[in-house]
Design a binder for this molecule. Structure first.
Ligand code: FCB
Length: 461
């Protein structure tokens, strides 16, 4: 099962999840420093310190990628390292870290894919209102300008945002992510200002001219109605509006979906949308990044649903205006983080997005699985479940290609075990194991397997 010539094989990480060194060289605090220092917010009281000490061990991590034959590396740039106050004075020492990283990657023949925002908002900006405040979008464009001026000579693929849904709705509605606010109306404003920030930053990054391409990364998912009843179909439409179409509407059609505005009218009048915003937001993308892990099934009622199939907790608090929606499990096997495994959901997501933004090249920017890995007596990490997960999803990418979806690459989440947000260090997603006591890296079986896929440019049939 071969992938087309030029198909990109990469690996992903994010600054706060791997770097550590949260107070080194003038870095300012981020909302995740504050949040993780707040008792009860992150499992086991884990924080971003020392994470996997990538700030100091980046050269070793580049060597690992080179050995595995990974040709593209998606990482994020910590805004509070570069602009400790969110805007204004630039911290040269913070930029220097990414300078070293970029040079090391390029020397190793690895193409850098920096993301500007993977959730570590400078605390100084949250103190001024965070993403629900319009000014944050303009500060984000300022950050983009600093990065373009510093790195535009070495970066050709920029990603503005990672998963704005998580930022807006896990951060400002559900409160399970930083900054931990539970304000549904503010979450809707945050979603808009994230998109505005994307539009403004994309304009700035493109001003650099040259070959640079600008995209963003969405984590769309399926909201499948549990039955074909009109009531289930109606809640699925509503949940899809605030989960998926709230982003794809403005990005690809230049407007918010009318049914979604109507559904949410009691919560917000969307008065935060100003003239010209939607034109900026809907400027054509050079590519789209897609993250996929798990699908959702929704029901209008718990009646008639096997009680063991009703999902409690999860992301449901993030679905603004959907308090009545019942999330239902399919009874499928789960990864250790509790997410059900269903690669067919990825197929639906890819095909749908390809129809929504025709002709835009697409990359899977994240996909992978958490398992409770152990180091075996032979000093290796045998993780067949992770191999099976990645294998199944790669086959889906291949199916999507056959269906005409312009898939151009796949980045596995994650290169390294790391700080998994509210789950702390309890969930291991890496294809490389990290011993958190010693920081020793060990390539897992999945990493060796992935290297083989990369070398062959495909999978065995
Ligand atoms: C995604 C995030 C990434 C990681 C994976 C497991 O939502 O973008 O940082 O936490 O989930």
């Amino acid at each position: 099962m071969r992938f087309p010539e030029g198909f990109i094989w990469g690996a992903s990480t994010a600054s706060f999840q791997i770097e550590g060194a949260t107070t080194a060289d003038g870095r300012g605090p981020s909302i995740w420093d504050t949040f993780s220092a707040t008792p009860g917010k992150v499992r086991n009281g884990d924080t971003g310190e020392p994470a996997v000490d990538h700030y100091r061990r980046y050269a070793e991590d580049i060597d690992i990628m080179r050995e595995l034959g990974i040709g593209d590396y998606r990482f994020s740039i910590a805004w509070p390292r570069v602009l400790p106050e969110g805007g204004g004075a630039v911290n040269r020492a913070g930029l220097d870290f990414y300078d070293r990283l970029l040079d090391g990657l390029l020397e190793a023949g690895i193409t850098p894919w920096p993301t500007l925002y993977h959730w570590d908002l400078p605390q100084a900006l949250e103190d001024k209102g965070g993403w629900p405040a319009r000014d944050t979008a303009f500060r984000f464009a300022e950050f983009a300008q600093v990065l373009r001026d510093a790195f535009g000579d070495r970066v050709s693929d920029w990603t503005t945002l990672n998963e704005p849904w998580c930022v807006a709705f896990l951060g400002y509605a559900d409160g399970v992510h930083a900054p931990g606010r539970r304000e549904p109306a503010a979450a809707l404003a945050a979603a808009h200002h994230l998109l505005l920030g994307h539009g403004l930053a994309a304009g700035v990054l493109r001003e650099g001219g040259g070959e640079s391409r600008v995209g963003l990364t969405l984590n769309q998912t399926t909201l499948r109605p549990y039955t074909t009843s009109p009531a289930d179909v109606a809640v699925a439409r509503r949940a899809d509006g605030v989960r998926n179409r709230i982003f794809t509407g403005p990005l690809f059609q230049g407007r918010y979906p009318a049914d979604m505005l109507e559904d949410l009218a009691d919560i917000s009048d969307f008065g935060f949308v100003r003239d010209g915003d939607l034109e900026l937001i809907s400027a054509p993308l050079d590519y789209l990044g897609v993250n996929y892990y798990t699908p959702h099934w929704v029901s209008a009622t718990a009646d008639g649903v096997d009680p063991s199939r009703i999902e409690s907790g999860g992301d449901s608090g993030a679905f603004v205006g959907c308090d009545d929606v019942v999330f239902v499990s399919q009874g499928l096997p789960r990864t250790s983080i509790g997410w059900e495994i269903d690669a067919t959901g990825m197929y639906e997501v890819l095909v749908r997005l390809a129809a929504e933004c025709p002709g835009v090249p697409m990359y899977v920017h994240e996909n992978g699985a958490a398992y409770d890995d152990e180091i075996s007596a032979d000093d290796r990490v045998h993780d067949p479940d992770r191999v099976a997960y990645i294998d199944a999803h790669l086959r889906i990418v291949h199916e999507a290609l056959k269906a005409g979806v312009p898939m151009r690459g796949y980045f596995v989440w994650s290169l390294l075990d790391n700080f998994e947000w509210a789950w702390g260090y309890s969930q291991r997603f890496g294809v490389v194991h990290v011993d958190y006591e010693t920081q020793r890296r060990r390539v897992k079986d999945s990493g060796r397997w992935y290297a083989d896929v990369v070398r062959k440019g495909g999978l065995p049939r």
